[in-house]
Design a binder for this molecule. Structure first.
Ligand code: KG4
Ligand code: ZN
Length: 387
């Protein structure tokens, strides 16, 4: 089956088109198109993602991205533009009530192209920034309605889990065999969670952050160090440059808490106090040592908690997903833990660590599409959970 997937949960507008085959036992995918448009540079000015700007940029980007991906997948065929029936127009107006700009772009393109040979439309409906999610959800609902193609809502975190199982050879993807039980470490700008998977598609929350998400802490500490958004890659780069320097001493929050929860707001405050205590503009060397100290702390806490979760639940696999899982030191520490504890580590190809639509298509394969009134009732849910 051919899946068109849409992702707008944060600051990446992404669309992919894949051919999926093999069923749940041997899923395989051929990537026909995979486009990601990052808004990160626009948000850099604000030091983080600004929701109203994210919404506007998604609305601007979606229709041209759809055109580009249909063209790449050789599914773009124009026709003589024909007006929608009054009934359809009325339904579209209802979908686009809060999306004027998107509606205009949609109506300028869709009536003049032929329905593409696509079997399902997958869309991220949460968690994430609700205004941003709504743009993708409404776009997907409108396409599903006009083209009469079934709609499959996907949880963004389930997308990250499936993204981490992807093994790719050029444009052909397979999913790594998953030995259960597995523990998923989900670390992104909005999430820090450990999730137990005993059965495919069934999730149990083992622990989560009590305050800031790890990615958020990376972004905030980066800001304190005068580094650009997104902070993760910037801190990771400095920490690498600091390899010959002594790490700035910082606490390891909740490392001995005895549970699987996390806390990063105290660590962030420790960095702030340390900078204040120095009492002058940071020297290059101090900046490097703090970046290294911060990253060391995060890496040690994560590796300890993951090992704890594996032991407590007899996990055979650890799946690391989400933007922060792109971090090389975190990957290295998890690899070391895998050796020591005897579990299999699954991490995504680097380009599928941060947000993308391919992981949404892969996670959608095997899920039941919505029917009838369910499509109209589909909502964006900023706080959607996996469990
Ligand atoms: O999954 P993602 O792309 O978006 C969300 O769903 O939040 O994750 C984005 C987060 C940002 O906070 C960014 O700073 C962080 O992932 N990130 C990293 C790295 N690359 C991205 N954090 C640490 N090290 C990295 N190399
Ligand atoms: Zn994400």
């Amino acid at each position: 089956m051919r899946i068109l997937s849409i992702e707008t949960s944060c600051d990446e507008t992404a669309i992919s088109i894949v051919d999926a085959m093999g069923g749940v036992t041997r899923p395989r995918f051929i990537v026909r198109s995979n486009i990601i448009l990052s808004q990160a540079k626009l948000h850099a000015e604000y030091g983080g993602v600004f929701p109203a700007l994210a919404k506007r940029e998604h609305a601007k980007a979606l229709t041209p991205l759809l055109e580009q991906s249909l063209k790449e997948a050789k599914l773009f065929h124009t026709k003589k533009s024909s007006a929608f029936t009054p009934a359809l127009t009325k339904k579209l107006e209802a979908i686009f009530t809060h999306e004027q700009e998107l509606s205009t772009a949609f109506l300028a393109l869709i009536p003049s192209i032929k329905k593409p040979a696509v079997d399902a439309i997958a869309v991220t409906h949460g968690p994430g920034l609700e205004p941003a999610l709504w743009v993708g959800v409404n776009f997907a609902r409108a396409l599903s309605l006009v083209w009469d193609i079934p709609l499959i809502p996907v949880n963004h975190m389930e997308g990250h889990i499936y993204g981490s199982l992807v093994e790719e050879k050029w444009n052909k993807l397979t999913l790594a065999p998953l030995s259960l039980p597995a523990v998923a470490l989900l670390v992104s700008g909005g999430h820090t969670e450990l999730v137990l998977i005993k059965k495919l598609r069934s999730y149990k929350l083992l622990g989560k952050t009590r305050d800031d998400a790890i990615g958020e802490a990376f972004d905030k500490v980066a800001r304190m160090l005068g580094l650009p958004y997104p902070g993760g890659p910037a801190i990771s780069k400095l920490a690498k440059e600091a390899s010959h320097l002594e790490a700035f001493p910082l606490p390891r929050p909740m490392i001995k808490s005895g549970d699987l929860d996390f806390s990063f707001s105290g660590l962030k405050t420790s960095v702030l106090y340390a900078i204040k205590k120095l009492g002058h503009a940071l020297t290059d060397e101090e900046r490097l040592r703090i970046a290294k100290g911060f990253q060391d702390s995060v890496v040690e806490v994560i590796a300890t908690k993951v090992a704890g979760a594996v032991r407590a639940h007899g996990a055979r696999t650890v799946i690391a997903g989400g933007g922060v899982a792109a971090n090389k030191q975190i990957r290295a520490a998890l690899e070391a833990a895998a050796e020591q504890e005897g579990f299999v580590l699954r991490v995504p190809p680097l380009h599928l660590s941060t947000d993308n639509a391919l992981m949404i298509a892969v996670a959608a394969y095997g899920k039941k599409p919505l029917k009838g009134a369910q499509v109209t009732r589909l909502r964006a849910q900023g706080n959607l959970t996996l469990t």
